[in-house]
Write a protein that binds this ligand. Sequence first.
Ligand code: PDD
Length: 280
Amino acid sequence: MSIAYLNGEWGAITDAKVSVLDRGFLFGDGIYEVIPVYAGKLFTLERHLIRLANSLSEVDMDNPMSDTQWTALLTEAVERSGENNAALYVQVTRGADTLRNHVYPDALVPTVFVMVNAAPILERNSVAPYSLITLDDFRWSMGQIKTVSLIAASMLKNKAIAAGANDAVLIRAGKVTECTASNIFVVVDGVLVTPPKSAHLLHGITRDLIVELALEHKISFQEREITVEELSGASEIFITSSTHEAWPVSHLNETPVGNGEPGVIWHHIDDLFQNFKKQV
Ligand code: PDD
């Protein structure tokens, strides 16, 4: 059952309402996280709370709750939803002002919103590989902040869908950054490669886990810039996010990647990830 929390009240998502003067509504002045839920438990919650705190601090917003309070609230949201495999969405905006003003007002009560929705992809019943196209990354240069200002990402995602693809790989100055809502890994000359963390991409938690698993299991791995040419010649590509885990890519710009099937390194990483999930 989809459940929503808004500023202390619980109810149906369709009943939750915010003020038109909320800075999240007027300016996209807000931060969010998406946290996977497996078997009714929040996965890697601590890492998401750290990133939430970092994003809030980057935009000079006070964190409205301690980690203990967040943990209690988000755990209650999952319990109330009754969902097993789900995605928890949490958003904090700077709050509702009394007029539209770019300047941050002194004392505003932040708006805190949480919802939990079923996430069938996380059940991994079928993993149909994605087709990607390359698009110019015209988003801002603060990609490490997980902000609700997502118009650029939405434009790029919709361009990809209109072109018949599932998503876009974004290219900035000839280098791969990430996809519209996921990070990217490619296999070049047998080596697994992902772009280094920078202000041009979100520092994904699934990405971090996969880097840690690759290193731990001695998979040949490099964190370095990836050129468009390397992307085009990659024998494997996969994307990573909290809602997709590691998800294989079969086509890039309508051309098969490798033999057009999920590759051996993706299979290895996916096995490691599924085992890690079971352990925690
Ligand atoms: N998106 N890059 C971008 C731009 C993202 O929006 C996301 C996540 C990621 C992957 O991060 P993580 O592994 O921590 O989920 C990378 C979420 C799922 C979303 O916006 O729905």
